[in-house]
Design a protein around this ligand. Sequence first.
Ligand SMILES: *Cc1c(COP(=O)(O)O)cnc(C)c1O
Length: 369
Amino acid sequence: MINFLPLQQINASFEPELSAAVQRVVRSGWYLRGEETRCFEAEFARYIGVRHVVGVGNGLDALTLALQAAAQKQAWAPGSEVIVPAMTFVATAEAVLRAGFVPRFADVDDRALLTPETAEAVVSERTRAIVPVHLYGHPAPMTDLMAWAAERGLFVLEDAAQAHGAQIDGRNVGSWGHAAAFSFYPGKNLGALGDGGAVATADGELAERVRLLANYGAREKYVHEVAGVNSRLDELQAAALRVKLRRLDADNEARRGVARRYAEKICNPCVSLPYGGDAAQSVFHIYPLRSPHRDALMRHLAAHHVETLIHYPIALPDQPALRAVAAPFSPSAPVARQWAAEELSLPISPLLTERETDAVADAINSFQP
Ligand SMILES: *Cc1c(COP(=O)(O)O)cnc(C)c1O
């Protein structure tokens, strides 16, 4: 069986440094808000190229707290809307709801990304922000989105949960928007040994507000300035992430190598390759194939011992939890729905061998609907 993501092997490849880092924290007697977290925040900020990184409990909290901090700073009215792409993980929209605002779904383009054109179709006088998602590890068109948002005075929060280390014109995602949210869920390109997340921003006041909200609204112990939550990146996760950050660029390059080989070897008129086979910009958190015969192809690959997944089988406007609470009159998001019907994620990881990559490609090439 070729596993979708062999997490045990991936983390084993960081030994003995990974276990040494964990042991260092266990023995230190200090588990929250300490040196490891401070160092990771500084190292990740330098890596991304932003002034401030605030570690939080997970990616959903990073998105939620960044929106809450922006809303407080800019005094968004109740009922304000935030534009979210219709094809993404549910967290992008749930963060808007948890922050107290209304998600408005925009369609995506043929790379499953939000664009100025799809955002323009749903913007209203109540819109205060947009959340472009670098879905599957491919950067959203940030230059165009920032220019479009600036004309309308909108706040831009990047959802970079799938794109650690991806770049546009040599500049990392997470440094383009007014703020960015990262997740360190174990399966992400930079994954912890449990939950973790971070907000990145150049705005010192925004970073301070996120820090305050994430720490029970307290700057000083037992003095609570605002109502906050408990959302912390802990010392164990920070120590593990410091070890894994050092290899992130090499790991992303290995993922691109797998993607290039897939593009070379896969030849079947029933499937289309992501980004027209051009692997340069993506960090390939996901390798998203498309096929009108997706479900049959998935069964065929399983029979050939290739594990695949679907990201995501339901577009957000069709999610039962979101249908009732999103802004009304969203257009139908046909491209997002087509992604939901056709997407199939192939195995991809820094450890996937050429032999395994070729075996996956051969299995795809032998598929007939
Ligand atoms: C993983 C992910 C999140 C949420 O991260 P968690 O750490 O699981 O809360 C948000 N957005 C996207 C696009 C993701 O892939």
